[in-house]
Design a protein around this ligand. Sequence first.
Ligand code: F6R
Length: 243
Amino acid sequence: MRFINLGSRQDASHYVAIEMFKEIHYNKCTLLGLATGGTMKDVYLKLVELLQVNHTDISCLETFNLDEYFMLDKNDPNSYMTYMKQHLFDKIGMKESQFHLPDNDEIDVEEDNEAYDQAIREKGPLHIQLLGIGENGHIGFNEPGTPFNSKTRLVDLTETTIAANSRYFEDEEEVPTKAISMGIDTILSSERIILLALGEKKAEIMAKLYSMKAPDELIPASSLLTHKNVEIVMDNATARLIK
Ligand code: F6R
């Protein structure tokens, strides 16, 4: 696991965007694992710009998102589908057949989750899996205590995650308490993983992760210690407690 502090928020975000851009530009049929959240906004902004100025052919690009809130309408302003369309899919003209988010309705939940993993297995491995991190160390919505062999499934969000997500909702009552998340095992099956962590709030978890010598299921991100190709990209604010 390689840690890199790139200084500013912008430089860290741009580095991640450039790595993704190069993969898409040079490998026509790129498979990407994508994340949402505040951290990723500048990544997608830069990625869109790079794809456009280079007239990159994205006709064979295919993406799988990490997660989606359970039973939230896909057109809801807070759904991850809406986020992805606004920040990436619509901006670069991706077709519906090119992007995948976990099916989040209440029908055939287990079958749909198995099918999601199977599609990733059949088409994969994902060339790059993009990750953010929760203040409690979650990756995707794999909360502390998640077994490292977990697959895509319905999960209960923890209080800290619900509180962190509530900043995007007008009414706290509306914040979803469940999500469908890619499992840790699914994430670890990717060829390359880039985790981006920005801002003060991620400093404590990042210092903890940096000091860990062995994986521990209480810190889901520590599962990345078992993967051969992981980069943890930070800004100064996140890296400030790393000695
Ligand atoms: C989102 C996801 C989450 C976020 C994490 C950080 O698809 O999988 O793990 O990456 O909660 O969120 P932000 O970036 O909003 O701090």
